[in-house]
Design a binder for this molecule. Sequence first.
Ligand code: GNR
Ligand code: NI
Length: 170
Amino acid sequence: MTLFSILRFPDPRLRKIAAPITQIDASVRALAADMAETMYAAPGIGLAATQIDVHRQIVVIDISEERNQLRVFINPRITRRDGQQVYEEGCLSVPGIYEKVERAATVRVEYLDLDARPQFLDADGLLAVCIQHEIDHLQGKVFVDHLSQLKQTRIRDKLAKQARKSAQAL
Ligand code: GNR
Ligand code: NI
């Protein structure tokens, strides 16, 4: 098992667009396991491959309290969206920042599972938020892109200050 380090905003590699996975083989299953380990260790409720500098369309999510309901989505596509909800989001790539983001209230996501079988899932609440957040990552988008320019500038400044502080501590 391997713990990956997670890219931090505004790293330009977070802007790369992930390619579809064409063959679900042992290396993809190993990647999914390593991503899950990295997500649980962080700890987070989701992780997109983009965040570990792997630009392939794979996401892991576990929103359960017990951390025992891992979901793996390969080549996920949102094929239905309905309503709207506002949720206070965070991101492992934007540590310490929490902001309200408006997204669809319910989504249908179509994807492949680890056995390469096509699946779909109708999600609402936090799961719907997380699916939209992770699919954004695969498309080179970060949740701060949904915020006002003023908030984006403040977040950049705050993260740059944090980075300077932690560099000084070394
Ligand atoms: O751990 C995470 N928590 C979270 C909370 C609210 C909305 C979205 C998320 S996803 C985030 C993990 C992460 O950065 N995934 O890309
Ligand atoms: Ni994120």
